[in-house]
Ligand binder design. Structure first.
Ligand code: 4AD
Ligand code: MG
Length: 430
């Protein structure tokens, strides 16, 4: 019976054949342990000299790392293995030999691994991170579909800049100028006026000269946008959504979290509602903690965010930032012109900001004023202004950064391990 590692549990006691690669190997004079992987999972195959033809045992002893094979064997339950099964190998057929595989079981430096990202992805750790990434994407679609949202795809090539003009990737669009999308938000606002509740999931690009463990040049964002939703409603969607994906990952990625050595108790306690702190109170808190240099109107850096996050076991919303710190489209607080109805969601354990969101300005005149204050060309935003002319309504939305969320849930230190082929400052290869 031809099957996959993920499916062997259905064939206990039977002989199966699996297409696989040799991930690792240990052997003695009488027995060989082959760590096999097939993409769906990892399983240990055992070859006992006394139980197979001599030729098979010799092959098991000489097989090299990452050689592709068809292996046949009897599926056995095995309590010692985290996976729960083992394969008593009866036959091995080599498909293609692998010679001098560069990523050996010894330790390698980060740059070496990054240069071999196309092969590094095969490791058990990277496999686990990619499976968690996939589960977050799967449960995102499930959540928003259950909640009545429509998936909408904003363009990647754009003529405008939602998040500030300094970090844009420029390209030619025949005779015009175009930019790679920094955020689909403005288009999602148009979509919300057509479809009510919408969400997008796609790549976004920022030419940021940041070299931190939280920054990618190309990253993927989930951007919901909701008509008739105000500030409060927006935060409810966010905390319900984040709790939902955590629950899904805990339920469906047990093996992967285990492989990564993730402390599950830290994720298990996360549940909506999430705590909140205003920007004003955050500044006071930071002063109490000895961050003397920060003053009202300054943006938070990673150490500030981490200090705030450390006083909670849950993700925390920082709300009502100064208007001057945020993009042009955010709705000011009705009682205070100097702050906006926005929130950043800061993950625990130092993973930083995973969501940025706000209520949007729905008054045409105020929006025009803001465009001019931000030195943005009104003509380029004419279509966006029209959304305020033809039946404008209060609306809100947010963007969740997928890679930072994967890093947090997986417990990996750096976002470079959370996307198959990371685009970083100074790295476009492979
Ligand atoms: O806070 P940001 O810039 O918000 C927006 O782009 C809004 N237009 C979203 C919206 O309201 N529809 O980005 C949103 C999230 C951040 O919280 C962070 O998680 C992630 O995107 N992010 C990055 N992730 C990796 N590398 C980068 N360079 C990132 N920049 C932002
Ligand atoms: Mg932000």
């Amino acid at each position: 019976m031809k099957t996959t590692i993920a499916e062997v549990g259905k064939f206990v006691g039977q002989e199966v054949t699996i297409g696989a690669w040799l991930a690792n190997k240990r052997s003695s004079g009488k027995i060989a342990f082959l760590q096999l992987r097939d993409g769906t999972g990892f399983i240990q195959g055992v070859v006992v000299k006394a139980e197979v033809e001599e030729e098979i045992f010799l092959q098991a002893k000489s097989i090299t790392q990452e050689t592709s094979v068809y292996v046949s064997g009897i599926v056995k339950e095995d309590e010692r293995s985290p996976f729960g099964y083992e394969l008593g190998i009866t036959n091995i057929r080599v498909i293609s030999q692998s010679v001098d595989y560069p990523i050996t079981p010894k330790e390698h430096g980060t740059e070496f691994l990054m240069d071999h990202r196309h092969l590094w992805l095969r490791s058990k750790r990277q496999h686990a991170v990619m499976k968690i990434r996939n589960e977050i994407i799967r449960s995102t679609y499930e959540f928003f579909n259950k909640e009545g949202f429509v998936k909408v795809d904003p363009p990647i090539l754009t003529g405008s800049a939602p998040e500030g003009t300094s970090e844009l990737f420029h390209t030619k669009y025949f005779d015009e100028d175009a930019y790679l999308s920094q955020s689909g938000q403005l288009y999602m606002e148009a979509a919300a006026m057509a479809l009510g509740k919408v969400f997008s999931f796609g790549p976004t690009f920022r030419a940021e000269k940041s070299k931190t463990r939280r920054h990618l040049i190309e990253f993927w964002m989930i951007e919901p946008e909701m008509a008739f939703y105000e500030f409060e409603d927006n935060l409810k969607v966010q905390e319900t959504y984040v709790s939902y994906i955590i629950k899904s990952v805990l339920e469906n990625c047990k093996l992967e979290l285990n492989t990564l050595g993730r402390d599950l108790s830290k994720l298990e306690k996360i549940q909506a509602p999430f705590p909140r702190i205003t920007y004003d109170d955050a500044i006071k808190f930071l002063h109490e903690k000895g961050f003397d240099e920060i003053k009202w109107g300054d943006d938070f850096g990673a150490p500030h965010e981490t200090a705030i996050a450390e006083s909670y076991e849950m993700p925390v919303f920082i709300t009502h930032y100064p208007t001057s710190l945020k993009p042009f489209y955010m709705q000011p607080d009705a009682n205070r012109e100097d702050v906006v109805l926005c929130a950043d969601l800061i993950a625990p354990e130092g993973y930083g900001e995973i969501i940025g969101g706000s209520e949007r300005i729905h008054d045409a005149e105020l929006l025009k004023q803001r465009l001019s204050e931000h030195n943005l060309d009104e003509a380029a935003y004419d279509w966006y202004l029209q959304l305020r002319k033809y039946g404008s309504v209060p609306h809100s939305g947010f963007g969740l950064g997928l890679e930072r969320t994967v890093a947090w849930l997986s417990g990996v230190e750096h976002v470079r391990e959370t996307i198959p082929f990371p685009r970083l400052l100074n790295r476009l290869y492979p």
